[in-house]
Design a protein around this ligand. Structure first.
Ligand code: ZN
Ligand code: ZN
Length: 358
């Protein structure tokens, strides 16, 4: 188990590891890397209007209060019989607190026209998260910390972490946020990371929620969030409405979703080596005898960049929610840790050290 070793959430999973088998996880030789020059897509006048004629939404902006409510419910649903049930219930309480804050959030200021124009002209994210740390995120963090300190269900080992966050000044919190956004938070602050990321989600999803889809750029690379420039936590195959049948990458920070065709790797955009792998032999799948291909969550692997990112399939379960389903399928990460594939990006609500792909 070279990866995923630390973190209290993981221990029970490691103990269960030998009961599981995984589909199609034989090591393969590394192919030569073929990189293609990035194609710069610049939105020209008139193209913004043309987007209206696309039959499905290119971007799905978040509705934070509903999103957090559904995520908390999904986390509790997935906690039943899950090896990391306690952690999922802890995460659900944190998301409950996010939902309460989202319901009270003030409307952020409109994005200035020159920023919209420059981002679209250069294929840049509209509002890169680490450049836009406003007091709103610190307010959210302090509220989440106060909630967790008052909650008797908060695990005792977290109390010193919460005390330290509560005592931190604005500059220290902003520094922590930048580390968390860059996914290089120090070992001593790992346990604080879910609170920091949860607060950033509250602030940045509120900001994304009030945007007009038509001003959201085509970011380059297309694997980063076009609103805040963060990595997707997972992708989701949606059902229902105009988005139904389409795959969206879900931002781990501002909760925006953007479309990407399924044949493309969500990390390097290669179309050459995308495959799916899942876990067999656990939970409902064991009882029903379902194969990996029938599972809600699969690891989408890429033989070009040697990473994986999970995809949650609403056609298999209409309640699938990318962040919650990604977190609850930590078993799959443990199994993938034995393969050539590295996890492409972290789950924001998981306090764990892991080597990531670069
Ligand atoms: Zn984002
Ligand atoms: Zn790739």
């Amino acid at each position: 188990m070279p990866a995923h070793r630390s973190g209290w959430a993981c221990r029970s999973l490691v103990q269960r590891f030998d009961r599981l088998s995984v589909n199609g996880l034989a090591r393969r030789p590394r192919p030569h890397h073929h990189s293609e020059p990035p194609v710069q897509r610049i939105l020209q006048p008139g193209e913004i209007e043309a987007l209206d004629k696309v039959s499905f939404p290119r971007v799905r902006l978040p509705q934070p209060a509903t999103l957090f409510q559904e995520r908390a419910a999904r986390l509790r649903q997935l906690a039943e019989g899950n090896p990391i049930a306690d952690y999922l219930r802890f995460a659900a309480r944190l998301v409950d607190a996010q939902q309460r804050l989202a319901a009270q959030a003030c409307a952020p200021d409109a994005v200035p026209a020159d920023i919209v124009e420059r981002a679209n002209a250069n294929g840049m994210p509209l509002l890169p998260a680490s450049d836009a740390l406003t007091p709103a995120w610190r307010d959210a963090l302090r509220a989440l910390v106060a909630d967790a300190r008052a909650d008797t269900a908060t695990p005792a080992p977290l109390q010193p972490v919460l005390d330290r966050l509560a005592a931190s000044d604005d500059d220290a919190l902003d520094a922590l946020a930048r580390q968390a956004l860059a996914d290089n938070i120090g070992r001593e602050d790992i346990a604080a990371a879910p609170f920091v990321m949860a607060a950033l989600q509250v602030a940045f999803s509120a900001r994304a929620a009030v945007l007009d889809e038509r001003i959201v750029p085509y970011a380059e690379p297309a694997t980063i969030c076009p609103v805040c420039g963060s990595a997707p936590v997972a992708s989701v195959l949606r059902i229902g409405g105009e988005a139904g049948g389409h795959r969206y990458l879900h931002c781990g920070v501002c909760e925006t979703e953007w479309h990407m065709v399924r044949v493309k790797c969500s990390h390097c955009e290669s179309t050459k080596g995308v495959r799916y792998q899942g876990v067999e032999g656990e939970g409902a799948d064991a009882r029903s005898g379902a194969k990996a291909k029938d599972q809600v969550v699969l690891a989408e692997t890429c033989s070009e960049c040697h990473t994986y990112r999970k995809i949650a399939n609403q056609e298999k379960d209409p309640y699938a929610e990318p962040l919650a389903d990604d977190l609850a399928s930590l078993t799959l990460d443990l199994l993938m840790g034995e393969t050539e594939f590295s996890r492409a990006s972290s789950n924001p609500l998981l306090a764990i050290e892991r080597p990531l792909a670069v």
